[in-house]
Design a protein around this ligand. Structure first.
Ligand code: COA
Length: 183
């Protein structure tokens, strides 16, 4: 483990975001295939990204980390992990993950979530992990279903997609179900 590493399982790990990551993460965020799936599709300039980087450690309730792998001895940045509304009293939190466009469809999303969920339930001892997804994000919904997330509800017409409103789906996974599936 190097000093910025937070959590690792085998070759996949997440660490603090480093300055060398931020332009790659900015491009990932601004790619239309990512922006169209986010609840806040704001285009990020270099200056905005630098200010965001400087503010990263200000909140205890929100965290951003770089998801990486070092298989074959080569370190590769895979994407960015989002933790929000971290609530240690009620033992729940929100999670999110975006994978760099060129690296999608290769299993890194699934592996990334395996890492995230192990961290949330086994390290942070959370009771429940929640995420939001746009109703039209079929790839993400398929992934979350495979991970055991269940639809908890939906926020109707919560997002603007083109000239239409779209629903935002709320999905959750409980600790007991994660541990049952993971054993
Ligand atoms: C959603 C996302 C994180 C998934 O990561 P990924 O690395 O592409 O996904 P994986 O390769 O691990 O695939 C996981 C599952 O997703 C689904 N999936 C992945 N690519 C798919 C595709 N092209 N078509 C349909 N389903 C697909 C499958 O269910 C797959 O499981 P399988 O391999 O058993 O078939 C990634 O595509 C991404 O960053 N998308 C853009 C931003 C985004 O949507 N973020 C989430 C916001 S809620």
């Amino acid at each position: 483990m190097s000093k910025n590493d937070i959590y690792r399982i085998g070759y996949i790990y997440f660490r603090e975001i480093e300055k060398k990551d931020i332009e790659i993460l900015r491009r990932m965020h601004n790619d239309p295939t990512t922006l169209s799936m986010l609840t806040d599709p704001t285009y990020i300039t270099k200056n905005m990204q630098l200010n965001w980087f400087k503010s990263l450690h200000k909140s205890n309730k929100s965290k951003r980390y770089s998801l990486c792998t070092n298989s074959d001895g080569k370190k590769t940045l895979l994407g960015m992990i989002r933790f929000d509304q971290i609530d240690h009293l009620n033992k729940n939190m929100m999670v999110g993950l975006d994978i760099i466009p060129a690296l999608r469809g290769k299993g890194f999303g699934k592996m990334g979530y395996y890492l995230i969920l192990n961290y949330c339930f086994n390290e942070l001892k959370m009771h429940k992990v929640t995420l939001y997804t746009a109703a039209y994000n079929d790839i993400a919904k398929s992934l979350y279903n495979k991970l055991g997330f269940k639809v908890e509800g939906l926020l109707k017409e919560h997002l603007i997609k083109g000239d239409k409103y779209s629903d935002l789906i709320v999905m959750s996974l409980f600790r007991r179900d994660f541990l049952k599936n993971d054993s």
